[in-house]
Design a protein around this ligand. Structure first.
Ligand code: MRU
Length: 364
């Protein structure tokens, strides 16, 4: 059983994903700055998990406050700003801080500090529990969609699926988003084999998705990101499903760098390309994907492979952590309320209406 994240006795405990699959190292801390560092360095990662950790990070900071109530507002504003500066693309982080700010705005004035601490903790736990439940619901809707769209192939044989990055328990604390759909589809006898793209430069596919699939005993191959074309050309892939870090109001989707390439290749080969993501990953405050902030990370991540330097320190590189796939390449967006299809503007609006979830964005 993978224990990606837990919070107990005022301490956050997480599995440090930088060392997987070669070393399983658990870290526990009550220092909110260490928790922020864990987000920045990708010791914890994946949009829903980043949101969960952001919530618990605020809890740690609030619990460690030793000043007077009258000075608390300035402290709270500072820690929210620090958490929000950790990673820019996954909107789940801002969704979590917006919920923490709402607890402050609604309850701080009329509460004593210990009571306020309890309310903040309760909210962080609610975010965590909801993301676990979201995974179960996405898996159910995703499997239904696959049966509907690919029933003609399923009538003859099981399916081969391609995925990118890591979207499983490590990225969500629950079953997973895209990988949750794959796990459930496998349990239901729909999947023959998973192709997991390595996801350069930090190798979340090769290291983390492979590790999860191995534990689940699901047959898979890892492949270089650049091999997706030939795999599709040779008929080895029936569909692709990936997660998301931020989805705009029109369905344009930011996800791990390389996702766009897979989507275009699916389009070229007439293969369905799906996104699986909870509503907490949808940012309706931005009309389309051109407004999504795309994180650029240190070039050393590219100049080295798994910690070993392979290019000179002076080699100029570009290192975007995410890319943006236009909605026109996406066959469906699997959420916890339904599998959405184009027109996404309308479908996303209805999904929020039916869930009563508040949407938040980078403007929060
Ligand atoms: O940089 P990372 O590892 O945080 O990027 C993660 C991804 O791109 C995932 O595909 C996305 O967050 C969805 S996780 C369920």
């Amino acid at each position: 059983m993978i224990d990606a994240i837990s919070f107990d006795q005022n301490r956050i405990k997480y599995l440090d994903q930088r060392f997987l699959p070669l070393k399983e190292t658990y870290v526990d801390t009550n220092d909110y700055l260490s928790a922020i560092e864990a987000i920045k360095t990708l010791a914890v990662r994946g949009a829903p998990l980043i949101g969960i950790v952001a919530g618990y990070t605020v809890v740690l900071a609030v619990q460690n406050y030793e000043g007077k109530k009258k000075d608390f507002k300035a402290y709270f504003t500072k820690i929210i700003a620090e958490v929000e500066a950790s990673r820019p693309t996954a909107v789940n982080l801002f969704y979590a801080t917006a919920r923490m700010k709402a607890v402050f705005n609604n309850h701080f004035e009329n509460s004593q500090l210990p009571e306020f601490n309890e309310l903040i903790l309760k909210e962080a736990r609610a975010i965590h529990e909801k993301e676990i439940q979201n995974c179960e619901d996405m898996a159910r809707f995703g499997v239904e969609q696959i049966k509907k769209d690919l029933g003609h192939i399923l009538a003859e044989r099981k399916l081969n699926v391609l995925t990118h990055c890591n979207t499983g328990t490590l990225a969500t604390g629950g079953l997973g988003t895209a990988l949750g759909v794959i796990k459930k589809a496998y349990q239901e006898g729909l999947i023959n084999c998973v192709y997991t793209a390595e996801s350069r430069p930090l190798l979340q596919g090769l290291r983390l998705t492979a590790w999860e699939l191995e534990q689940e005993q699901i047959p898979f191959f890892s492949h270089a990101d650049s091999s997706s074309g030939i795999l599709m050309q040779r008929g080895k892939v029936d569909f692709a499903i990936v997660g998301a870090d931020r989805i705009a109001a029109n369905g344009d989707t930011a996800n791990k760098i390389g996702t766009f390439n897979h989507a275009v290749l699916c389009h070229e080969h007439g293969l369905p390309f799906y996104i699986a993501a909870p509503l907490s990953t949808i940012d309706t405050t931005i009309p389309d994907g051109t407004h999504i902030p795309i994180e650029e990370r240190n070039g050393d991540e590219l100049r080295s492979i798994y910690g070993r330097q392979v290019a000179t320190a002076s080699t100029p590189v570009v290192n975007y952590a995410f890319d943006m796939t236009p909605a026109k390449f996406i066959r469906g967006i699997i959420t916890e309320t339904a599998a959405l299809s184009a027109d996404y503007v309308q479908a996303i609006n209805s999904a929020f209406e039916s869930s009563n979830s508040a949407t938040v964005g980078s403007s929060c």
